[in-house]
Write a protein that binds this ligand. Structure first.
Ligand code: ZN
Length: 145
């Protein structure tokens, strides 16, 4: 077990990453940890976290992004096989309004079954000319330094 590089005393996931609080570990290496969510949306619901603390996705160090994505994929495949789920959701709740409860960036891997009672997001529609306005605003943000 490698000690967390930037432990935050009050952060539950830093404490889990630091082995101060036990968890149902699935996998870990120097930079990342995967473990089972104690309050699963479905049994087998797994979490993947960077051990280095970041409050939100925007703060995540992306220098090891490929490794992180590979791990999310590896855990998702294992969860799918182990639970017999035909499908899964990968999610990241970023910010309180998006449903983030633990303020340490984490990916959810949720096994899904037909008629499992979970509802997909409800789609909305744009008004006349509205989609272009949103596109222009986002493109404008992307073009800023
Ligand atoms: Zn943390």
């Amino acid at each position: 077990m490698t000690a967390n590089k930037n432990p935050e005393e009050s952060c539950l996931f830093c404490r889990i990453a630091n082995d101060e609080i036990p968890s149902q570990k699935l996998y870990e290496n120097e930079d990342f940890l995967a473990f089972l969510d104690l309050y699963p949306i479905a049994k087998g619901h797994a979490l993947v976290i960077p051990k280095e603390h970041s409050h939100c996705f925007e703060e995540v160090d992306v220098s090891k992004g490929t490794e992180l994505l590979s791990l999310v994929k590896k855990i998702a495949k294992a969860v799918k096989k182990a639970t017999g789920a035909p499908a899964f959701n990968i999610g990241l709740n970023n910010g309180k309004e998006a449903g983030q409860v633990i303020m340490h960036t984490h990916f959810h891997i949720i096994p899904r079954f037909e008629n499992d009672g979970l509802k997909n997001w409800k789609n909305k529609t744009y008004g006349e000319g509205e989609i272009e306005i949103y596109r222009d605003k986002i493109v404008s943000e992307l073009e800023k330094k």
